[in-house]
Design a protein around this ligand. Sequence first.
Ligand SMILES: *[C@@H]1O[C@H](CO)[C@@H](O)[C@H](O)[C@H]1NC(C)=O
Ligand SMILES: *[C@@H]1O[C@H](CO)[C@@H](O)[C@H](O)[C@H]1NC(C)=O
Length: 491
Amino acid sequence: MIRYAAGALFVLALSILTVAHARHDLLRLPTEARRFFGGAPADSDAGADDDSVGTRWAVLFAGSSGYWNYRHQADVCHAYQILKKGGLKDENIVVFMYDDIANNKENPRPGVIINNPHGEDVYKGVPKDYVGSAVNAENFYAAILGNKSAVKGGSGKVVDSGPNDHIFIYYTDHGGPGILGTPAGPYIYADDLNAVLKQKHAARTYKSLVFYLEACEAGSIFEGLLPEGLNIYATTASNAIESSWGTYCPGEYPAPPPEYDTCLGDLYSIAWMEDSDRHNLRTETLEQQYELVKKRTANDNGYYGSHVMQFGDVKLSVEALYLYMGTDPANDNATFAEDNSLSPSSQAVNQRDADLLHFWHKFRKAAEGSDRKAEAQNQLAEAMAHRAHIDNTIKLIGKLLFGIEKSHEVMNYVQPTGKPLVEDWSCMKTMVRTFEARCGALSQYGMKHMRAFANICNAGVKSEAMAEASAQACTTFPSNSWSSLIRGFSA
Ligand SMILES: *[C@@H]1O[C@H](CO)[C@@H](O)[C@H](O)[C@H]1NC(C)=O
Ligand SMILES: *[C@@H]1O[C@H](CO)[C@@H](O)[C@H](O)[C@H]1NC(C)=O
């Protein structure tokens, strides 16, 4: 009986995880790209070495917790090492990470985090500014704004920047339309984040700011929301309507070492970081990195991959990466050539399926009849049950609100390019909260349905009607750990 159930789960999991054929060849860059890197154009070097660039600041934010999300904290640790080698000081790098990976009982190398199958430890030396429940939206905003008195918990380190300074913000985790995850609710909403960036600009406490963002539907965070003129240049792992991808996952090539049952990195994140790792960043521009990252993340094969996008003041992309990341002196002679080009991984795993992949590999490897096997089976079953619950109730609520005929069209409507997914963000938050009060937490998987909540608002539904539909759809409150509201509401 148990074996049958596990087999059925396996088939389901496999069908979700079907990914690309192996592709082992190296990425070859077109001649134009090589020319970019071959000879450093004189103007991109201008001013790079004098002190007039001001101070470089960075905020690094890993939005998840749980061993199955290993890769996000690994990404952030790796980003820290790049900046540190680039010459930034710890006092100028603000790190948000839940910090439950290095010493997790599942971690095969205690105290160590890697972000590449052959990679070294990236955990060593990472400042633990905000860990555990201090990794939250309010502290993120306060850190960006440099408002020490608004921070709760953590080291209190904030971006205390001045008008000549350059700021780099890097976020990696799960997301959804208009939303970015945090380990505990409430999540980061696009309108709040853009309001914080506008406020930072109004305070005149930076010269320019670069934001690298990895999440599903990451483009929806800035599309129609981040105006030009704030001296902010952003790139995102995906456009507004697609997933982003985990990489270096079990079963891929290159695979993590066999003792790892979890993905080590994310596709877009790895692309920019492995590029920054090996080049002289005085001579490489934001634009050059964008083109390389776009190419590596898109993966021409089409089985997986996403569209890397640019937002805000795209004209800033002529600047050297050095202004934001510094540069590792060991790379001073590293001009770009074919022999150090990046190799794409052969496969990738949808951001939202990486947890199932972890539970499945854990289950597969555990000894027959062991507690570990039962635990893994239970985790897989609970994750799948939560998905079914969320998908089904949202579908049902759509039918209750809009009728069987129109529901699908209304709930899945995608705004035209350049428009935000909702006008009234407080309505969207109210709808999320109303839903969760009756139906349980959306959790990381449920973020994918944010567009439906947006469209419920766009259609002018009143919160009383939403409360009634939610009550009808969810007659009992699920007890499953994914649905529990212990970590708070998403809105
Ligand atoms: C800093 O945060 C505190 C507490 O939230 C708030 O009262 C204050 O106005 C903020 N200061 C600035 C400069 O935004
Ligand atoms: C770069 O090349 C110069 C000249 O060949 C050499 O003196 C220097 O040590 C090299 N730097 C690095 C970091 O390899």
